[in-house]
Design a protein around this ligand. Structure first.
Ligand SMILES: Cc1cc2nc3c(=O)[nH]c(=O)nc-3n(C[C@H](O)[C@H](O)[C@H](O)COP(=O)(O)OP(=O)(O)OC[C@H]3O[C@@H](n4cnc5c(N)ncnc54)[C@H](O)[C@@H]3O)c2cc1C
Length: 390
């Protein structure tokens, strides 16, 4: 179905500006900040006053209706103003309204009142997930629902809870972000929020998470067996490629030149050659006469792991540093106000959030590295004193 693109113009903007005092966003009846990636048309006209037009997509709602969704024109202006401003837009002069745009506001809890398991700090056994935690989006809600559900189940079985950390999964990033800082606008999971993006790849999602899924009882033994087989095949193929020596024959070098890479002067393991941007697992088949027939997900993973090995190892080293910090647990009942030298702001934030680890504490806004040192020294002294007494 064709979609159409059109634009607002000076006349549209004039009508909006003249009626701003009737917008609940401006009058203060709606106080929430909307998601920054889909501001209303009146917000766009106010915020980007230098722009003389804004684009509008007209998307048919279905095959059997004449209704069109007007993307880019979200608004909470009164209906008569909406009709007037639509009529100024090229292609919409004769518009008829089936439903007008409206603004919504949601209530949410303070997600800082949750543990990383998504269990309420105040009410044992109560878990929160999704929009009620101040996030927006299908995946955000689904991901939290999964984690909260897993933890509710584990808790009923009397098992250890599941916490995913920032280096393991986007779910870990999301939960860590929302429980450590009260969002002032709907939270969305962006890849740019993750510091270990090189590890949090789509291709290795099963390698990262299937063992965890199996452990918590969500992955069947059959699927887990298939997974272990794939993992083993990846390992074997990587080891094999490290032993395949590519010799600098004329034929090989001509081929390398044709791929736009430099010829070889001496023999090189294929695993090494695969690090070159121009060489892929697929186009190196002719250099590898004994290559086994593998399934695509296996050889694709082999190719990725070999090509980016250096960068991946660097990031793994960073993760290890992070884990050291993360693993330094903090007692949940720690009385921060009793710690000498801790700044008041840090005491307030730490007492409210009650982080489970030094790592989590370090990500709370208002808690400085100096505060962390003070806590560390305090806990060390306490530990020494306790071991002295015993
Ligand atoms: C018009 C619109 C378009 C959107 N477009 C997108 C999009 O393109 N992409 C995207 O990622 N996200 C989009 N979102 C956001 C996304 O839909 C939500 O963030 C997500 O669905 C929230 O899921 P949730 O499970 O937290 O809440 P909900 O899906 O709201 O689920 C809450 C459920 O609880 C039920 N409930 C409420 N009170 C009670 C009660 N007392 N007892 C029992 N049940 C109760 C409700 O009926 C509802 O079924 C859109 C939202 C809207 C409104």
């Amino acid at each position: 179905m064709p979609c159409y693109l059109t634009y607002t113009n000076a006349e549209t903007h004039r009508i909006i500006n003249e009626n701003l005092d009737r917008s609940p966003l401006v009058t203060g009846d709606v106080v929430g900040v909307g998601p920054r990636y889909c501001p209303s048309i009146e917000t766009k006209v106010m915020r980007f006053a230098d722009k003389d037009r804004h684009q509008i997509f007209m998307e048919p709602e279905g095959l059997h209706t004449r209704e069109v969704y007007v993307q880019g024109m979200s608004s909470c202006l009164p209906e008569d103003v909406q009709i007037a401003l639509y009529q100024t837009v090229e292609g919409m002069e004769n518009v008829r309204f089936m439903r007008s745009a409206y603004a919504i506001e949601y209530d949410c809890i303070h997600p800082t009142s949750l543990y990383a398991t998504l269990q309420s700090k105040d009410i044992h056994g109560l878990y929160f997930a999704g929009q009620i935690n101040g996030t927006s989006g299908y995946e955000e809600a689904g991901a939290q629902g999964l984690l909260a559900g897993i933890n509710a189940g584990l808790s009923l079985q009397g098992k250890e809870p599941l916490v995913l950390d920032r280096s393991q999964a986007y779910i870990g990033v999301l939960v860590d972000d929302i429980i450590n800082e009260d969002a002032t606008e709907p939270y969305r999971m962006m890849t740019s929020r993750a510091e270990y993006r090189l590890l949090l790849r789509q291709d290795n999602a099963d390698l990262r998470l299937t063992p965890i899924g199996h452990e918590v009882g969500l992955i069947s033994d059959e699927r887990y067996k298939a997974f272990l087989y794939k993992k083993e095949q990846i390992k074997i193929e990587k080891e094999r490629l490290a032993g395949v020596m590519v010799k600098p024959t004329k034929e090989t070098n001509d081929y390398l030149i044709s791929l736009g890479t430099t010829p070889l002067e001496s023999g090189m393991p294929l695993a090494q050659l695969l690090k070159r941007p121009q060489i892929t697992y697929a186009n190196s088949a002719c250099l590898d006469p004994e290559r086994p027939a593998l399934r695509k997900p296996v050889w694709e993973e082999v190719g990725i792991q070999l090509k980016y090995q250096g960068y991946i190892e660097k990031q793994i080293a960073q993760v290890e540093q992070f884990k050291k910090m993360e693993n330094r647990r903090l007692p949940v009942d720690l009385d921060y106000s009793a710690i000498d030298g801790l700044r008041l702001e840090a005491v307030e934030k730490l007492s409210a959030i009650r982080p489970l680890s030094m790592g989590q504490a370090s990500r709370i806004s208002g808690v400085s590295p100096a505060d962390l040192t003070v806590i560390h020294v305090y806990l060390e002294n306490k530990r020494k004193k306790a071991s002295h007494e015993s």
